[in-house]
Design a protein. Structure first.
Lengths: 333, 210, 333, 210
């Protein structure tokens, strides 16, 4: 394992120390329990937005703390969801009296820890609503699985709900928006290489020189299918087809699109994939109204990408353009 | 024989060693069908338990379990944290305020803990989770108790059943937790959580046998 | 070689196609010869700023085209400097009558191609000045080398000169600023892994499981020294010491700092290194006034990082804060 | 014997094949002390030359060299583009307006081209660059001309000297180009540009021998 680290156990903590030094104008890092919070929290009267999950997906979530996006984020150990005390402390820290929305990705661990935290918050009289993001079309949503994973749409939900809360939406409206975003967004990912959890010390899985893993999540967990590596055009077409058929997206739709890197893929390749994607969408008369191309929800140093499409209405498009100032997303300010 | 606070503490001490020793194995099992952290999680959790018990020695058995629950919930995260945390939380609630607990108490306490895991995780037997080690173990322990066996024999039966249950997860397709994303590809791999649960019971049988 | 591409030969062109689709509001891609130019070029009366170099360093340079930074960028093949006709065409396209600054990184190929282009421009009556960036302290600047390479300071020079030109600085003042930035900036890089040039198909070099390459450039060219991998704290201390001693930087200085990823290193590790760096600088009473942490000047999918420090005066700090709107750097707009 | 336009075109055709065949070798040499693109660059360049000559057939030898220069300058980039581009630009300028050029013309043309490379790149012999193949070759060719040798013999002498010069770069430390960043570590590797220059001369000797 080759990483720019000191001790494998200390990676998340030392990362947060660097983040705090680099972005003292935007956020602060609280310890014991650990969470990252907007410098000006709590904002009185504003609906609070809290998310969290395992570390290793940077900039998500801690890099999305700041004006117009998250009020706080709770980072767990690498790929391990945070604990209820972290989430409870973060929720208390951002509650401006208007209640707090928890944006939770659909993983057993995340669900349970956020549930326990919500119980603790409710005991303290803080109104908490939780929306579970489950946009990953690679996982069959059935009685026989833990359900679809929450992946790329989380970034969109955090941006849009953050903007809505900043505009003054109350908790119920932010919650409804979050459900609408989740309901209209779909994602799929793939990997060219595995990643290495620092504390584990070796790659989670091995892939042959001509293989890729299709339908990968964001935790280095194996995907649904291992298959020969495809050229970018075919790969994009296949991922797009699965995503498009699922909602389904239709001609005339407007979308916000993301081509996301898993951490180890050069921007050059991500834009190349984006080009393929937009050509496919144009062919179907689906207009890309807004887009992100880059590393937004990663799996450590994994090589690969994911595609997310969100069918956007006027409200979402307007909220998208609202100012945001976080380490990971920044515009309009 | 009965179990007093020293035996309970001894069990937890052994568990800390067991999870430290099996950290890599559990993580490797989790690499195959999960996200390569289960051993790391269990090791971190029981190291935190040890520190907590040393820093604030609890006065009675019940409060030992409470401290364990809090330490696990605070320091593990993931799926294992809330599940094992809930196990000890419910075990504490089911624990009589006595200085020594009998075989019936021990079985009741495991029963409450395992119920807690079922409620928290909403999994059932056959989903390829820790419950596939725990539920057969509970059955075996209850049978042993009904048959008037000694605590040592009851715990042995539990550990044996947990071991068989753990091995049985190899052939199962996962329907809960991270492994379920793999669909049929999860078949052929032993569940990490079932393995850590077997180790939990094995350690109890080993330390409470005399 | 595992990459998200179609044919190795087409990577730069297909990347540009995706870039053009994604950022049609900011830039356009011209073909034959190839260059990327601000949508509103030429801006009458504004000093033009053109840079360029091999592809594979994304977002540099094409990702820095836009308001407040570059007017145009000329991308070559991967790690191969662009040709004179590209540079000449870009220069003509951005000349608003006030002349054009060429920001050139110090590599034999870049220097020669920009020189030939400048001759062609001068023949057409366009005033061109060139500033050569050579900030890499890993290379001894002597009669016996091609001189220091241009690396991280290029990003700073492009941002600051772009802002200055936007404010209305004339060509001579922008040129002087660029020389000042180059004179006050120093960088050093290292690699944990090699990268693979798409058309070459295999890694440029191989590193052992416990080795790193110190003093690496940005083209996958081997560094000055191969050595055992160090913990992040020691690694950062060693790189910082070499950089600091060179200018030298002194207690009381204010700096703009960059911890840059080579393309395959997770943000988590980059912030961890940034934390180490800022602690070292604080210990020396050097204040980090502004910073960048992320992938800004990369080497395809190489794992590793570089550190850049620029001793900043009031003018530079103010220009840094000026608005910028490019695919790779964006704030204040 | 003398060299006419058909022979010049033949040389360029052979060069295109030679660089296509040696693309990988040249790139591997450049991997060791450079950035792994020299073979790719030369191949791209002479493929462009071929396309250019096919699309716009030049009328005389001089204009052939001009087209080659333009194609290389436009399509190669890097260090090799301006250097070989300048070589052909100067060769064109030195080329007499004749339908056939003699041995003396050929040597003059190489001399002008190599001068151009010296001026453009500011390197000298011993810097571990293409000049370490080209300068000895030029020397050998000049001597051959003075001694009244045939063009074939002159070119052979040039190719032999270029080959020796190319091999001599192995022992040199680079002082120019990308390899100079490696300092003493550049010693022990053959210079890619010296290799492509040797191939250039070798192809001339091979095609203009009859
Ligand atoms: N719903 C559930 N109910 C019971 N046990 C579960 C459930 N989901 C997962 N598990 C258990 O948790 C184990 C994984 O724990 P761990 O790796 O620590 O957490 P995570 O999956 O969050 O990384 C699985 O092997 C499985 O036994
Ligand atoms: N200043 C120079 N003068 C002459 N030849 C040079 C000079 N610098 C580099 N070269 C030659 O160029 C070769 C490298 O060419 P190439 O790999 O195509 O360009 P780049 O170094 O830009 O990637 C070197 O092997 C060397 O022979
Ligand atoms: Mg986990
Ligand atoms: Mg796990
Ligand atoms: Mg090159
Ligand atoms: Mg080269």
């Amino acid at each position: 394992m080759k990483k720019l680290i000191n001790h494998p156990q200390n990676v998340p903590a030392e990362f947060l120390a660097g983040l705090a030094l680099a972005h003292a104008d935007i956020l602060k890092v609280c310890l014991d329990p650990v969470y990252v919070v907007r410098v000006d929290a709590p904002v009185p009267g504003k609906t609070g937005i809290v998310s969290g999950g395992g570390s290793g997906h940077e900039p998500m979530h801690v890099g999305y703390v700041g004006k117009g996006m998250l009020d706080a984020a709770c980072p767990g150990q690498v790929f391990t969801s945070p604990t209820p005390d972290q989430i409870e402390a973060a929720t208390r820290a951002v509650n401006g009296g208007a209640g707090v929305l928890h944006i939770v990705k659909n993983y057993t661990g995340d669900i349970m820890n956020f549930e326990m935290a919500a119980e603790l918050c409710q005991e303290r009289g803080i109104e908490v609503r939780a929306v579970v993001i489950n946009d990953d079309v690679a996982v069959e949503d059935s009685l026989y699985t833990a359900g679809r994973r929450g992946v790329g749409v989380t970034v969109f939900a955090e941006k849009l709900c953050g903007a809505a809360a900043q505009r003054g939406y109350d908790l119920a409206r932010v919650e409804a928006l979050c459900r609408k975003v989740n309901g209209n967004g779909r994602s799929m990912g793939m990997a060219l290489t595995s990643c290495t959890v620092p504390a584990a010390g070796k790659p989670t899985f091995e892939l042959g020189e001509d293989e890729m893993e299709m339908g990968i999540g964001i935790h280095g967990e194996p995907g649904r299918e291992r298959m020969p590596l495809l050229p970018a055009a075919e790969l994009t077409a296949r991922m797009a087809a699965t995503i498009l058929a699922d909602l389904p997206f239709r001609g005339g739709d407007e979308v916000i699109a993301m081509v996301n890197g898993m951490g180890g893929t050069p921007l050059m390749e991500l834009y190349l994939v984006y080009g393929e994607l937009e050509r496919i969408l144009r062919g179907l008369r689906i207009r890309v109204a807004r887009r992100l191309v880059g590393n937004y929800i990663t799996s450590l140093e994994m090589a690969g990408c994911s595609i997310t499409l969100l069918k956007a209405d006027d409200e979402m498009r307007a909220l998208w353009d609202d100012p945001v100032l976080t380490p990971g997303l920044q515009w309009g300010i | 024989m009965a179990v007093g606070k020293p035996e309970v503490l001894k069990w937890l001490e052994v568990l800390q060693q067991v999870y430290a020793e099996n950290r890599q194995w559990l993580t490797e099992l989790d690499s195959a069908i999960g996200d390569a952290d289960h051993g790391i999680n269990m090791d971190r959790g029981f190291t935190a338990v040890k520190a907590e018990l040393a820093a604030h020695p609890p006065s009675e058995i019940r409060s030992v379990f409470q401290s364990v629950a809090t330490a696990l919930i605070r320091h593990v995260g993931g799926a294992a944290g809330p599940l094992y945390g809930t196990f000890f939380l419910r075990a504490a609630a089911a624990c009589p305020r006595k200085t020594e607990i009998e075989a019936a108490d021990v079985v009741a306490l495991f029963q409450a803990g395992i119920k807690g895991i079922e409620q928290r995780g909403k999994a059932v037997g056959g989903d390829k989770t820790m419950l596939d080690a725990l539920l057969p173990a509970l059955d075996a322990m209850r049978k042993g108790l009904e048959n008037g066996c000694s605590l040592a024999a009851i715990l042995d039966a539990g550990a044996v059943a947990a071991h068989a249950g753990m091995l049985a997860t190899v052939a199962m397709q996962a329907h809960k937790g991270r492994a379920s994303y793999m669909g049929a590809r999860s078949i052929g791999h032993q569940d990490p959580g079932a393995t850590s649960s077997y180790l939990l019971l094995k350690a109890a049988a080993d330390t409470w046998r005399s």
